[in-house]
Design a protein around this ligand. Structure first.
Ligand code: SF4
Length: 298
């Protein structure tokens, strides 16, 4: 397959309008990092024009070296202790009913950055009591005590991406593991949280492997699944294998729903945080999500 030219269904919208300008100003004024920029997300034009962005905490240098990801790998700088308040303020300014926060992996920190995660969730909740908080977290090396630090701060949705099928974990995610990531999601579920994960297609996975991954996600009782097209950020990154047609994405969505996953967004441009507000509304409704977690005593 010729993967040098993008198919017509993958044309991204150009950034424009007052929404885009406002988000750009906010990001600059509050010295925020966004995964939209760091991961070279193709939806930046559309999301920022809608007035939404995904804030990335704990810096913009990652200790891991996943072969699909455009975020810079290296030795992170010191922790920025004013970050939780700035993130909370910027979410208030964006006036979001649903926010998504993510981070780089900070494996060099004794708690993997879990305490900063918890401080950020609490600061955002305090400043934005009506806003649903979705966290897209690293695996914290599977350590329950760090995962629990984040869960104790009561995010509304606990999102951790499997990214790809089991066979491709090692070459694509290098320091991560399929079974460990599944365990992270199961642990959050066992504590009553709404869980979410995402995979990319176009990395070289086979049809039977995609089906098995979706079945695994369903058997872990994960509530929300996103499936999107892998885009190769640079020639040095993992080589794209194929462009997946929108009809195939639609078939996988149907399959995921048949397997019992509550919500599945599947399409070439879908990313974990793409229209995340609408995904969560489809699941139970934002207000309800807060109630679910409160009732679970988490
Ligand atoms: S899909 Fe997510 S990462 Fe991409 S631009 Fe939208 S909010 Fe940012």
């Amino acid at each position: 397959m010729d993967t040098t030219r993008k198919p017509s269904w993958l044309r991204a919208k150009l950034p424009s309008g007052p929404g885009y300008a406002a988000v750009r100003r906010l990001v600059d004024d509050h010295s925020l990092h966004t995964v939209c920029q760091s991961a070279q997300c193709p939806n930046l034009g559309e999301c920022w024009s809608r007035g939404t962005a995904t804030v990335m905490i704990l810096g913009n240098i990652c200790t891991r070296s996943c072969n699909f990801c455009a975020i810079q790998t290296g030795r992170p700088t010191e922790l920025d202790l004013s970050e939780p308040a700035r993130v909370a303020e910027s979410i208030a300014r964006m006036n979001l009913r649903h926010c998504v926060i993510t981070s780089v992996a900070r494996d060099e920190l004794t708690d993997g950055g879990a305490s900063v995660w918890a401080a950020t969730i609490r600061a955002v909740r305090h400043r934005n009591p009506q806003t649903a908080i979705e966290v897209l977290v690293p695996d914290f090396k599977g350590k329950y005590e760090h995962i629990d630090t984040v869960l104790d701060a009561k995010p509304d949705i606990y999102n951790h991406n499997l990214e790809t099928v089991e066979r491709l974990q090692k070459p694509v995610r290098v320091q991560a593991r399929y079974d460990r990531s599944r365990d992270v999601l199961r642990h959050a579920k066992s504590r009553g949280f709404t869980t979410k994960t995402g995979i990319m297609l176009g990395l070289g996975e086979r049809e039977d492997e995609i089906a098995q991954t979706i079945r695994d996600i369903a058997s872990d009782r994960t509530d929300i699944l996103t499936i999107g097209q892998y885009l190769q950020p640079t020639p040095q990154h993992w080589k794209i294998d194929r462009w997946v047609h929108p009809d195939e994405f639609a078939r996988w969505k149907e399959f995921a729903l048949e397997c019992g996953i509550g919500v599945c967004e599947s399409g070439p441009m879908v990313r974990s945080s793409y229209h995340a507000d609408e995904q969560s509304k489809k699941y139970t409704g934002i207000e309800h999500l807060n109630t679910v977690n409160a009732l679970a005593g988490v």
